[in-house]
Write a protein that binds this ligand. Structure first.
Ligand SMILES: [Fe+2]
Ligand SMILES: [Fe+2]
Length: 471
């Protein structure tokens, strides 16, 4: 059951061949997906790419690597193995057997959660579609395409659930997932950060570090879901996400490393003219991507999320490792709040503060990245440091959406913000400068001057491997 069947049109380990209706429904969605990929997916023409394809859900052999034309990538449906004894770990249904079907009373909420998650997957492919034209190396180009095909597979994962468990409405939602487009004026993607463009590779690394990481935390909460097929799908998606996190983490590492090198060699901060990205510009990109990603966690308090938790639809990050009653009816949490117009904190019921709980886990994870980038600066002998801006900085969602604040958390008037925001967020000049560095390097073993080469290649291959054959 767990080994996907590659003889089938849609590789899967969900027994699709035994459900003719579902198989036909998905087979009729498949050409729409492929035409979406051709019109909204990567624009750089390629012959083939050295890609990882999921072939199993277990152990070290879960993926195979090989050169494949992207349009022939085997997008499939893979769920982590079923634990027949799995029980609901939290909320009002704690201790009951996990659900194999959607309970009627939670149908609308579950469908909504799946649609929102599903919408982000193709959105990022759309945001990144033009990056191939400016790839700093074949290694990076390959990683971009790997992330893209896997986000496409994550769309399949959500579409499978919609088709298999939500009837006609689910099929209509699956169609809509291909019709909304990132940045579109009349039918944009659902969440704000997924309508921002990813115009250059510094943005791409920051996006895969900060925004994909939000995805990791959202998947982590859905992996806890009482609805077992959703849980198993997310568990397997998280395995693929680990690579996306690696692309972001090491991508920013390599930019910082190269900048630090040039700063030391020339004994100056002013490295723009030397063809690398100045630290203050890196900081501005970090500020932007971190703050828009914080918005993805929603408001500090939410009764919807409290209800999702109590119903068993969405748990906490690493729910089973938490040492409490997993119902939280008597607990409280401190959340960020605007009190009499000032940045402060407020005690609320733990259930309504669950967005804050998840965001706190995320922030702690993000500070791990900053620490490692600062270690690179330290090892280069530089005194400068990167930092995460204050949670009130540049927010469009939540308690601080209505105010302006500096990265250190000092409240600003609208005119102070206008006067100073260019010090903290990428200006048009910064963006134009970063874009001017983005000249493609497609030669094997070569790399653009603004970024250091990676320490390791992919799947044990060297950096100068022929990761991509251009058309
Ligand atoms: Fe994804
Ligand atoms: Fe991802």
């Amino acid at each position: 059951m767990s080994r996907p069947d590659y003889a089938e049109k849609i590789p899967n380990n969900v027994g699709l061949a035994e459900d003719r209706r579902l198989q036909r429904a998905l087979e009729s969605w498949q050409p729409d997906f492929l035409s979406w990929w051709e019109t909204m997916g990567p624009t750089l023409p390629t012959q083939d790419v050295y890609l990882r394809t999921a072939i199993d859900v277990r152990g070290a052999g879960w993926a195979q690597f090989g050169h494949v034309p992207m349009i022939d990538y085997r997008w499939g449906i893979f769920l982590a193995d079923k634990n027949p004894d799995r029980r609901v770990a939290f909320g009002a249904h704690k201790g009951e057997p996990a659900w194999q079907k959607v309970p009627g009373e939670y149908r609308a909420e579950l469908q909504r959660l799946i649609v929102i998650q599903g919408d982000t997957e193709p959105a990022s492919v759309e945001q990144q579609r033009n990056l191939g034209a400016t790839a700093p190396s074949l290694y990076d180009l390959r990683n971009l395409f790997q992330v893209n095909v896997e986000e496409g597979r994550h769309l399949w994962a959500m579409v499978y659930l919609l088709h298999a468990y939500f009837g006609r409405e689910g099929r209509e939602e699956a169609e809509e997932l291909l019709h909304r487009n990132s940045g579109s004026a009349d039918s944009p993607r659902i969440l704000g950060a997924f309508n921002e463009e990813t115009p250059d590779w510094l943005s791409f690394y920051m996006f895969t570090y900060f925004t994909d990481r939000d995805g990791k935390y959202q998947l982590g909460t859905l992996k806890e879901s009482a609805f077992d097929p959703l849980s198993r799908t997310c568990e397997f998606m998280l395995k693929e996400e680990a690579h996306h996190m690696m692309v972001g983490t090491t991508g920013v590492d390599r930019v910082v490393e190269r900048t630090a090198q040039v700063m030391v060699e020339n004994d100056t901060d002013d490295v723009a003219a030397l063809g690398v990205i100045p630290l203050n510009v890196i900081q501005k990109y970090l500020n932007f991507h971190y703050s828009v990603s914080l918005d993805l966690f929603g408001g500090e308090t939410s009764t919807n999320v409290a209800n999702y938790y109590t119903a068993g639809l969405k748990g906490r990050w690493l729910e089973e490792r938490r040492k409490d009653d997993h119902q939280l009816t008597n607990d409280s949490i401190m959340v960020d709040a605007l009190i009499e117009g000032e940045i402060a904190q407020n005690e609320v019921m733990a259930l309504t503060g669950l967005n804050t709980d998840l965001r706190r886990e995320y922030v702690a994870d993000c500070s791990g990245g900053v620490k490692r980038w600062n270690r690179i600066l330290e090892e280069a002998g530089l005194a400068q440091r990167l930092y995460l801006p204050h949670v009130a900085f540049n927010r469009k969602v939540g308690a601080f959406a209505g105010i302006e604040a500096s990265p250190s958390g000092e409240k600003l008037t609208a005119s102070e913000w206008e006067a100073r925001k260019g010090q903290w967020l990428p200006t048009d000049t910064d963006k134009t400068f970063v874009r001017s560095l983005m000249q493609p390097v497609y030669e094997r073993g070569k790399i653009a001057a603004w970024v250091a080469p990676p320490r390791n290649g992919i799947n044990g291959q060297p950096f100068d491997y022929d990761y991509v054959h251009l058309a």
